[in-house]
Design a protein around this ligand. Structure first.
Ligand code: SAM
Length: 247
């Protein structure tokens, strides 16, 4: 049985897809996907020896080496152009996910769907998707074992530019609070209009972290620190306004 987090990702795969799971660790997702008909074929990519060996063992135990190819290499280097139509990258920071996608951009030809689960730095991922013609089709949030995860599904669409423009245009909440693009990137353009109790909890936690940093910065009497403190305060105020609209 998959964890709730990996199950949400697995549910985003189109039936019978050809997938690559990059940073696959124990290859739990590809094994589940082929066993359950979600994928007809999978590549499990790993850059590190330990997880690569774990993936090989898992695939062997599942008797799936004809349908799952376990490969060692950095990011998208393990796949050939046109080999897969879906890529999953989960359980790492948003900046690393972006660097994997950006440095393997030639491998994205023929890829129709990206299912990405950044642990932090979701805004980097959303921004990269916009800049590279991917339309953010769905945003999901879940809590498991006290941690909150976001799963972003993007599709390659010829109309992505226009669709993204619409998705990320300024929004007004409660008739007066203007939500601009930086905030939409940060919180999520779909989440912001459909808040859930988990989303609220996540941003209450983020505000608490920012307030803590702000208190630490305030202890310093340097001019630069004062500026940073002000920036943090503005950010906190902005986030609090959004949260007030949600409640
Ligand atoms: N994707 C699995 C999941 O979500 O449960 C495993 C997540 S694990 C925390 C992150 C994995 O990504 C590690 O096994 C690590 O070795 C791998 N990794 C990190 N950078 C990578 C890269 N550039 N290319 C391939 N794998 C990478």
């Amino acid at each position: 049985k998959l964890s709730a987090r990996l199950q949400v990702i697995a549910d985003e795969l189109s039936l019978g897809c050809r997938m690559a799971d990059i940073g696959s660790d124990h290859a739990l997702l590809p094994v589940y996907a082929v066993k359950n008909g979600k994928a007809s074929y999978a590549v499990a990519g790993e850059v590190n020896d330990g997880p690569y060996e774990a993936a090989r063992r898992q695939v062997a135990e599942a008797g799936e080496h004809s349908r799952i190819s376990v490969r060692k290499g950095d990011g998208l280097a393990v796949i050939r152009p046109g080999e897969v139509d879906t890529i999953t990258i989960a359980g790492m920071g948003g900046a690393l996910i972006v660097s994997i996608l950006a440095s393997g951009i030639d491998k994205l030809t023929g890829v129709k769907r990206l299912v990405l689960q950044p642990n932090v730095g979701e805004e980097f991922v959303r921004n990269w998707l916009i800049e590279n013609g991917w339309y953010l089709e769905k945003e999901q949030i879940l809590e498991e074992d006290g941690k909150i995860y976001e799963v972003l599904t993007a599709i390659s669409d010829p109309g992505a530019e226009a669709l993204n423009k619409q998705l990320y245009q300024d929004k007004t909440m409660d008739g007066s609070i203007v939500i601009n693009k930086p905030l939409l990137l940060r919180i999520g353009p779909r989440f912001i209009m459909n808040p859930s109790p988990i989303l609220l909890k996540k941003w209450q936690g983020e505000i608490a972290k920012l307030e803590k940093i702000c208190r630490q910065v305030a202890l310093s009497d340097q001019e630069a620190s004062r500026e940073r403190e002000n920036e943090f305060r503005q950010e906190i105020e902005q986030l609090k306004e959004v949260l007030a609209c949600w409640q």
